[in-house]
Design a binder for this molecule. Structure first.
Ligand code: DC
Length: 213
């Protein structure tokens, strides 16, 4: 796939900002696939269902579609409600299930039809587009990611301090990278971008240069 730039990496590495700015700089479409897992967590929460035990029947009743970078759930545009800490925690449970990943595969592949796209997630370079020409694994130390997360007030539990945020990040990394299906790991042919100590502009510039090289 010459038209896909896959950006994978752990939570809080600056992936989303980098992917969005990269798409802008290159004039490509942009999709954040984490929002799909978050949307299903929200759906489960609204229906009073355990996010870790979604059935195929439940999934088939949900309609998730991207219009550009905007995600619609059953016809309604989703926004800030996806950023809530409970939704993030639910998304991690949602993402472990095979039926969920099977259900979301065509949604993600469909979003890349007929356009140049930067697609961001955990398994874009390994599972969704293993043939993507450009693959980057954007990461940073857990401490750096915890510091960055502290600055995103809306996304952390109220009153949580640095140690708690750091512990949450490490726990989520462990869960995401040890799960049986589509674990978080760099594709063999991905370029690793360590953003620790780098500005967003530096990171975007570095990736643009690698794509253009
Ligand atoms: O990037 P994020 O924090 O919005 O992702 C939410 C959850 O979804 C996170 O626990 C990892 C999971 N996820 C995934 O398993 N595969 C993806 N391609 C994207 C996100």
């Amino acid at each position: 796939m010459d038209t896909v730039v896959a950006i994978d990496g752990p939570a809080g590495a600056g992936k989303s900002t980098v992917a969005r700015l990269l798409a802008e700089r290159m004039g490509y479409a942009y999709v954040n696939t984490g929002s799909l897992y978050r949307a299903l967590a929200l759906c489960a929460q609204r229906a009073g269902i355990d996010p870790g035990a979604l059935s195929e029947e439940f999934l088939q009743k949900q309609k998730l579609e991207f219009k550009g970078a905007d995600l619609y759930l059953n016809g309604s545009l989703l926004g800030d409600e996806l950023r809530a800490p409970e939704v993030a925690a639910g998304a991690s449970m949602v993402s472990k299930q095979k039926c969920v990943r099977d259900y979301l595969l065509p949604v993600q592949r469909g979003a890349a039809k007929n356009c140049w796209i930067v697609m961001e997630g955990r398994d874009i370079g390994t599972v969704i587009f293993p043939d993507a020409k450009y693959k980057f694994f954007v990461t940073a130390t857990p401490e750096e990611r915890a510091r960055r997360r502290m600055k995103q007030a809306g996304e952390i539990p109220q009153g949580a301090g640095f140690e708690r945020i750091l512990a949450d990040i490490k726990e989520r990394d462990e869960r995401d990278s040890t799960r049986a299906i589509a674990p978080l790991k760099p594709a063999d042919d991905a370029q690793i971008i360590d953003t620790t100590g780098l500005s967003i502009d530096d990171v975007v510039g570095k990736i643009v240069a690698l794509i253009q090289a």
